[in-house]
Ligand binder design. Structure first.
Ligand code: AMP
Length: 293
């Protein structure tokens, strides 16, 4: 596995893959890797001739009072994990090269960026789209892999790719969970043992909402009400949002028909965690907290 920091060297490496007729699979991450990231790496390895993983704690997607400075980092450990997976290139650019002095250009996906997580993280998706578009230009992937855990991010990236006519196929991978159901996240490392236990309220409330749908409940307000009462019963939890939305345009639904995304963001102590579950009617329900991987 090659580790590349320079943008020019990354572009040259991608050009060599392309010239040799090899397809490129790309997994962009913030690092501090876990099985969720690795599941995307494995999907890329299966489908593409060469796999590039980026690790970049992108400053433009963090708000001024967010956790940019303390975001967990361990490049040596991440590199070992990726080498063991047979990744071809680990790309870890410098913030100073990605955003040189005088940097002025940002990409926004209007409306979608302001919903759900965008309400409490107003510049987040602008930063995500900007960095992902830059990374796409540098890495030139044929396929790029994103996790369903960050469902809104995947929706927004798909829309950006469509709206800007990018030649990259976006592939979404299912949420990978710990044995007890908690969605894996680099931010879980912030949790104290007591908070880690309390965080299960996210899993429990989504699982319960999914079960209510399976038993015939269709009213979003009832589902949201039940989730809220479970969150309120957990003293360490504080709701950021709970929503039942259309999985494509993220518009709130009053009734669950066909498919719905039940999504939430919850502070456990000072740590903000997100999770979601897709519910389908008249079809087998998709991956959710009930399903261990
Ligand atoms: P991050 O490093 O948190 O920005 O995540 C990088 C990519 O991994 C994103 O596409 C995430 O959606 C995805 N990801 C993060 N956690 C999980 C998980 N538990 N299961 C599947 N994918 C994940």
């Amino acid at each position: 596995m090659k580790i590349i920091a320079s943008l020019r060297q990354m572009k040259e490496a991608s050009a060599r893959f392309k010239n040799a007729g090899r397809t490129i699979g790309f997994v962009p991450t913030l690092g501090y890797l876990h099985e969720g990231h690795l599941s995307l790496v494995r999907a890329s390895k299966k489908a593409a001739d060469a796999t590039v993983v980026s690790i970049f704690v992108n400053p433009t997607q963090f708000g001024p009072r967010e956790d940019l400075a303390k975001y967990p980092r361990d490049l040596a450990r991440d590199a070992r994990m990726l080498r063991a997976e047979g990744v071809d290139i680990l790309f870890c650019p410098d913030a100073a090269e990605m955003y040189p002095p005088g940097y002025k250009t940002y990409v926004e996906v209007h409306d979608l960026q302001n919903k759900l997580c965008g309400r409490s993280r107003p510049i987040h998706f602008r930063g995500v789209c900007t960095v992902v578009l830059k990374l796409f230009h540098i890495v030139r992937p044929d396929r790029a892999y994103f996790g369903q855990k960050d469902a809104q991010q995947t929706v927004i990236i798909r829309r950006m790719v469509r709206d800007l006519n990018l030649d990259v196929r976006i592939v979404a991978g299912p949420t990978v969970r710990d044995g007890d159901g908690l969605a894996l996240s680099s931010r879980n490392s912030y949790l104290s043992p007591e908070e880690r236990r309390a965080a299960l309220v996210l899993t429990k409330s989504l699982k319960e909402a999914k079960m209510m749908v399976a038993r015939g409940q269709r009213r979003a307000a009832v589902l949201i009400g039940r989730i809220r009462s479970l969150l309120r019963a957990e003293p360490l939890a504080r709701e950021d949002y709970v929503a039942v939305v259309d999985p494509e345009d993220l518009e709130p639904l009053s009734l669950v028909k066909d498919r719905a995304l039940i999504a939430l963001a919850v502070f456990i102590g000072r740590t903000r965690l997100i999770d979601n579950v897709m519910v389908r009617i008249n079809a087998k329900a998709g991956a959710g907290p009930g399903r261990k991987r």
